[in-house]
Design a protein around this ligand. Structure first.
Ligand code: 5AD
Ligand code: FES
Length: 353
């Protein structure tokens, strides 16, 4: 007996490619048995590469100033209710100290596009962290910059860069962003980052306003072409002070199905179970891991600013200290049969400089 769903899963897995029809078949899944088949295949694929290890990345949200005005984002420049802050270099180093003590080997510096942090400031910061923690990776997630800026960060020692493409469809991109931003530039930035030598992460939000299945398929095509080292996906969650405040949130189920598909398409990719997924569903991150995700990004930001870096409503872990999240996560990971990795967690086969 043929099963369209399971056949699609097998073909995606074997071909490392996907057709529009296969994507549609999988995302329209309404059978528990089929769903479990997909998750099992995705899990097997991840476990073969990562041996049930979960990589933790310490996330330091160092500025919530942003010159951009993305319609979905709580720290958009038009949001006058956002309580703005910047961390000093010393404060950021302190976050790294705490993270290092907790065993984290990657520090992710994430912020809005804040002109205060010039290339020189970013480079100095990266050099300071790499000097103090040479065995750790530094990941930047600070938006769209010129080729020369990216190159300077890389030369200062930054290892990885996260820049979600948000949507590969230009028209859809235009419905999520003001005209000052373009999908074409976003994609060019990702190409530049790869060319320079970063481990590069792209990604999308699931269930953004106006998103269609065709858009998601375009995202798949784009990612198959880009060959990213990391893919960040999480559900869209409305923020009360944005133009999308009344829009419905993205679906947890769709996010998890997509995580599983991505794992089958990209067996080696670093795939976080995101904080947004953990916000949309109390067990979202566990469900993500059981669908093939292998990364979690615990928050290392100082407790007094956590409640200010709010891209969406209801964000988890804004009241916890780094040490509390660490224990909580370790327990959650072990409860589902996984364990926290000790290594730096580079892309499989990656050769460090
Ligand atoms: N809901 C979910 N994710 C969001 N992001 C920004 N705003 C939201 C939101 N309202 C995601 C974007 C961005 C990443 C840092 O956070 O995809 O690239
Ligand atoms: Fe922060 Fe569980 S991860 S409390």
């Amino acid at each position: 007996m043929g099963n369209g769903f399971k056949n699609s899963v097998d073909e995606i897995k074997n071909n490392k490619d996907i057709t529009y029809e296969q994507l549609k078949t999988v995302l329209e899944c309404n059978d528990k048995d089929d769903e479990e088949y997909l998750f099992e295949k995705a899990r097997e694929t991840a476990d073969k590469v990562f041996q049930k290890e979960i990589y933790l990345r310490g996330l330091i949200e160092f500025t919530n100033y942003c010159k951009n005005d993305c319609y979905y984002c709580g720290i958009r420049c038009s949001n006058k209710n956002a309580d703005r802050y910047r961390l000093t270099d010393d404060k950021i180093l302190e976050c790294c100290d705490i993270g290092y003590e907790l065993g984290y080997k990657t520090f992710v510096l994430q912020g809005g596009e804040d002109p205060f942090f010039t290339d020189e400031k970013i480079c100095n910061l990266v050099r300071r962290i790499k000097q103090k923690y040479p065995a750790c990776a530094v990941t930047l997630s600070i938006g769209e910059k010129s080729y020369e800026s990216y190159k300077s960060y890389f030369d200062a020692g930054a290892d990885r860069y996260l820049l979600r493409h948000e949507t590969a469809n230009e028209e859809h991109y235009g419905k999520l962003h003001p005209a000052t931003l373009s999908g074409a530039n976003r994609k060019q930035c990702l190409k530049n980052l790869k060319e320079i030598g970063f481990q590069v992460g792209c990604g999308i939000m699931v269930g953004t306003p106006y998103q269609t299945l065709e858009h998601i398929y375009e995202d798949m095509r784009f990612m198959l072409e880009l060959k990213p080292h990391m893919i960040g996906i999480g559900p869209f969650i409305a923020h009360k002070d944005t133009p999308f405040k009344d829009e419905p949130n993205g679906s947890v189920k769709e996010t998890i199905l997509l995580l599983a598909i991505l794992r089958l398409l990209f067996p080696n990719v670093l795939l976080p179970a995101t904080t947004a997924l953990g916000t949309a569903d109390a067990l979202g991150r566990e469900k993500g891991i059981l669908a093939g995700a292998n990364v979690i990004m615990p928050n290392l930001s100082p407790a007094n600013v956590r409640g200010k870096y709010l891209l969406y409503d209801g964000k988890i872990c804004t009241g916890e200290e780094a040490a509390e999240c660490n224990i909580c996560l370790k327990n959650r990971i072990e409860r589902i049969g996984y364990h926290v990795a000790d290594s730096r967690g580079d892309y499989p086969g990656w050769r460090d400089r």
